[in-house]
Design a protein around this ligand. Sequence first.
Ligand SMILES: Nc1ncnc2c1ncn2[C@@H]1O[C@H](COP(=O)(O)OP(=O)(O)OP(=O)(O)O)[C@@H](O)[C@H]1O
Ligand SMILES: [Mg+2]
Length: 358
Amino acid sequence: MRFKQLTINNLRCFEQIELTLGPKTTLIWGGNGTGKTTLLEALSLAALGKSFISNKTQDIVKKGALGVSIKAIIEDEGLDESTIIVRKTKKSTEILIDQQVCKKASFLAQRIPTVIVNSRAANLLTEGPSNRRALIDRTMFHVEPEYVTVWKAYSRALRQRNESLRNGRFGKLHGEWDELLVELGSSIDRSRQEIVSEINKSLAGDALKEVFGPLMLKYFPGWSKETGYRAHLCASRERDQNLGYTSVGVHRADVSFHAPHGAIAPELSRGQAKFLVCGVLLSLADFITSKTAKNPVILVDDLAAELDDRLIQLAMEGFGKQKGQTVFTAIREEELLGFSHDIEKVFHAEQLHKRCPH
Ligand SMILES: Nc1ncnc2c1ncn2[C@@H]1O[C@H](COP(=O)(O)OP(=O)(O)OP(=O)(O)O)[C@@H](O)[C@H]1O
Ligand SMILES: [Mg+2]
């Protein structure tokens, strides 16, 4: 799957713009505030139905306009073309695939698997666990239609259990909530374990090993492995009643990278952390390909920031091995051009504004 053509209306600084992307690799370069990240945001809107920067439509709609609209012509591996339209106003989001209304953005995500390396990539290792869980969950959304359903059902059951913990009805219903949570949570847990073991396989043989030595991704399911999910949830009932929320379950899971001497995140520099996250995202892209036979689109915002030449070189080699389409942004053209011979299409963001009608 790849993007052929993109038409943007009223997204942030762009009133109207149309561009044709390179089949494999595109570079968008330009100064601060010229709209490079916005162009990746447009691709994420077309691929996922949402921005990777803001969930608030009013942030992304060009000031003075009523709504934003993205039209993308995509081409799948068999060269069949489809047209995706995503329109957002303050009140609604409308997604059309070949003129048919698509009610669920998750359907779009399965159609166009996308991996995003954003400018906050390095933070993923140091900020709270929710973003790490979300990354794993998003990957599964691309791979397994059932996962979205199970994940939503788990979230609903968790909300209801938490409500009952707070309103005193928990005593009567605890058995039912707990059974449901264990059943749904165990299914989520199995998928997450599969992803973690896939990342661990790729850690054994790629550039990350060259830079960091042997690394292992450890997975913490959200309960004590010795006690087991069901028993730990039961044993925590009284505690949960005191806390007013469910303290055990997949919603508490986390992952962390370990070198032979221990957890590595606290000792990494920003550049090292970003490089490690790039490697992880490439493993996730491989995982998506192995499961769906689709090559994800990879969006990489400002790769060169925080990386020295050696890490840019290694990262570009990693991205170069991907079979899917990749779109990079950079402040200066030569930042990435010097490291790749495969960049087919180069856009200067400032010049794109001149192609706008105003
Ligand atoms: N809702 C909006 N309406 C109009 N303009 C906006 C809106 N939101 C953001 N902008 C402008 O659009 C531009 C968006 O820039 P963007 O973040 O894409 O720049 P960039 O090229 O990625 O810059 P950097 O190199 O600093 O990351 C900025 O100039 C910003 O001021
Ligand atoms: Mg930017």
